[in-house]
Design a protein around this ligand. Structure first.
Ligand code: BTN
Length: 231
């Protein structure tokens, strides 16, 4: 394990380290100065309050490449369940508690490695009523009033990730659907315009099937953007 106090981003540090590694490893940090989110967004996290880690796996060890981020989301939901929290997945891989984001996942491929960046809000005294960039966030502390140990989550997640990423595509998908919040109101980006849509299913490749307000059935792949209305 590579443990840092301050880094720009654990995913960026992992990219430098993996050239000299052969086996799985983890990079953790207390503080990220430029934490990366999906779609080029920033991942904000106050000093030392949250879980920030990148799990690095040789790509050759991954059985179900296309649904890997679902397998990661499953692992996070399982760990949260073990800790007494009911979480749900907002397609494709936001983890929410009561429709507020608790964790984000950023997977990146670099050479022969898969980097799995996970940010999980642990002890951030966030109020669910606050909006950050139009989204609601929460933390385990905000949900329970209890403080959580960051190191505990490194070992819990390492173990659960190892188990989940080795499952078959069918198993990953089945489990993911049990965590997926199908009823969540979403909006999809069509020709640069956000339009409300109803989620109807997820196909065998992980694409989201939605019905737009105009009654059109649209398939959205995992690189497309979907947003939720703040509730
Ligand atoms: C998202 O936008 O939902 C994904 C957020 C991923 C954040 C984590 S924190 C650890 C790792 N390092 C980063 O810079 N990003 C990921």
């Amino acid at each position: 394990m590579f443990k840092y106090d301050v880094v720009d981003s654990t995913n960026e540090i992992a990219k430098n380290i993996c050239a000299n590694q052969h086996k799985r490893f983890v990079v953790t940090a207390n503080i990220q100065t430029t934490g990366k989110g999906q779609y080029g967004r920033k991942w904000l996290s106050p000093s030392g309050e949250n879980f920030l880690a990148t799990f690095c796996v040789p790509q050759i060890e991954i059985t179900s490449d296309s649904l890997i981020s679902f397998a990661v989301a499953n692992a996070v939901c399982i760990i949260l369940k073990e800790c007494g929290f009911t979480s749900q997945c907002k397609w494709p891989n936001d983890i929410e508690i009561n429709s507020s984001k608790i964790a984000g996942i950023l997977t990146e491929k670099i050479n022969d490695w898969l980097l799995i960046g996970i940010g999980l809000n642990l002890n951030w005294p966030k109020k669910r009523s606050e909006l950050v960039n139009g989204k609601r966030y929460t933390s385990l502390y905000a949900e329970s009033g209890e403080k959580f140990n960051v190191n505990k989550f490194v070992s819990l997640l390492s173990k659960e990730l190892n188990s989940q990423i080795n499952k078959s595509t069918a198993e990953i998908l089945k489990l993911y659907k049990s965590f997926w919040n199908k009823k969540r109101n979403i909006e999809i980006l069509v020709d640069d315009v956000w339009i409300p849509a109803r989620q109807t299913g997820i196909d065998s490749e992980g694409a989201l099937i939605v019905e737009s307000v105009h009654g059109n059935i649209i398939k959205i792949n995992t690189s497309a953007r979907v947003r939720t209305n703040a509730v």
